[in-house]
Design a protein around this ligand. Structure first.
Ligand SMILES: Cc1ncc(COP(=O)(O)O)c(C=O)c1O
Length: 395
């Protein structure tokens, strides 16, 4: 993997930005923007409606993007719907399951709010949420899931990779347990698809949600995998144009999946951009991405461990971890430090609770943290620069 060549695809890097907030959103390469521009400049039309050439071309490119995105996680195109983001995907499932009083959802105390609020909303109907808590490092043992799943557990909802701790959860084992116990499994894959090769078939989950903007694609496009048997069982939550085969004044008949889930005009350019981002990541290859990220994770952790005023959250080795490192400084507020990093070296890191407040309150027991997360275009020199600034505030 030639990082120097890769860096040329990102105009913001040439401007001197050190972008280490990749967990929130990644940068977008020129190739993806070109694909989006081509759509607007060369074949701008709505999809699946017109018989004219432009509309046919737009439909073709949108459908191709679905084939590529589905293949990227080893799903069939019929099992993948386009939506806005991970948040929307999880809400779509929470609403379409039609949960009832007495049903239980099992999740963990480290989830992003996007994999918590959709379930909390269900408690108004009498649905109960149960939580599994990790070790102080943020690790789970699959047997915890085995013990907690009961007859009333309708679904287990768990993140593949924590957006605060970077820990990769044992989703294959959790899926096996869910199948044995006849419980559905939803995986929040927002932080996994950008960093590791995801194979939904191999994992054996029922639902898998992820966002384009965290894997080089434009904002406003996401995808949701629904296992084919469940596609046939569930009812899409949105009604509107484009999803029907027949409508009368009293009723309607849905068209085939997955189109039936995409009411209204979708984010056509976003889907085409996501397809291009998939091509781009595939060309690099996940083995190379992981090798690169591991190097940076190790450097980051080793540099921080050395500083006695810094507490690292999550595991302090690079095993089973994406390059997402959160830390709190004893002698400095997280927002203040993030501001200093930006002002001194144009280093972009996130500070706060990273949309995972319960994790901070119950497990980390700290107010907030700084989170540095690297991706394919980050370098050792950039990590070194961040560590040097932190070093000036060492006590
Ligand atoms: C683990 C995890 N889940 C869900 C989300 C929500 O993603 P989005 O805002 O794209 O819906 C994020 C975003 O940071 C995340 O890290």
């Amino acid at each position: 993997m030639n990082t120097e060549e890769i860096r040329k695809d990102y105009p913001l890097i040439a401007e001197g930005i050190i972008y280490l907030d990749n967990t929130a959103s990644t940068l977008t390469p020129k190739q993806v923007m070109q694909a989006v521009n081509e759509y607007y400049l060369e074949y701008r039309a709505n999809i699946h409606r017109g018989v004219y050439e432009l509309s046919q071309k737009a439909s073709e490119e949108y459908d191709k993007a679905r084939i590529k995105t589905a293949a990227h996680i080893n799903a069939s195109p019929r099992e993948l719907i386009f939506n806005r983001n991970t948040t929307e995907g999880i809400n779509q499932i929470a609403l379409s399951l039609e949960l009832n009083k007495g049903d239980k959802i099992l999740t963990t105390s480290i989830e992003h709010h996007s994999n918590l609020l959709p379930w909390l909303n269900q408690t108004k109907k009498g649905v109960q949420i149960e939580y599994i808590h990790p070790t102080s490092e943020g690790l789970f043992d699959p047997s915890q899931f085995e013990e907690k799943i009961s007859e009333n557990t309708k679904l287990v909802a768990v993140t593949h990779i924590s957006n605060v701790l970077g820990v990769i959860n044992p989703v294959e084992e959790i899926a096996r347990i869910c199948r044995e116990k006849n419980t559905m499994l939803l995986i929040d894959g927002a932080q996994a698809v950008p960093h590791i090769q995801v194979d939904v078939e191999k994992i054996g989950c029922d639902f898998y949600a992820f966002s384009g903007h965290k894997m080089l694609a434009p904002t406003g496009i996401g995808a949701l995998y629904i296992r084919k048997e469940l596609m046939d069982e569930l009812t899409p939550i949105y009604g509107g144009g484009g999803i029907i085969s027949d409508v009368s004044l009293n009723d309607y008949t849905l068209t085939d999946h997955p189109i039936s889930w995409e009411a209204g005009t979708p984010n056509i350019s976003g889907a085409i951009g996501l397809g291009k981002a998939v091509d781009y990541l595939k060309k690099i290859g996940y083995d190379k991405i992981q090798y690169h990220e591991k190097k940076l994770t190790k450097q980051l952790l080793e540099g921080l461990i050395d500083m006695k005023n810094i507490r690292i959250h999550g595991p302090i080795d690079d095993k089973n971890k994406a390059c997402i490192v959160s830390y709190t400084m004893e002698n400095m507020k997280s927002d203040d430090m993030a501001g200093i990093l930006d002002a001194r070296e144009r280093i972009c890191v996130r500070s706060g609770t990273h949309c995972a407040m319960p994790l901070f309150k119950n497990i980390l027991k700290t107010k907030d943290s700084i989170r540095a997360s690297a991706y394919i275009y980050n370098t050792r020199e950039e990590i070194e620069k961040m560590l040097r600034v932190l070093d000036d505030y060492r006590v």
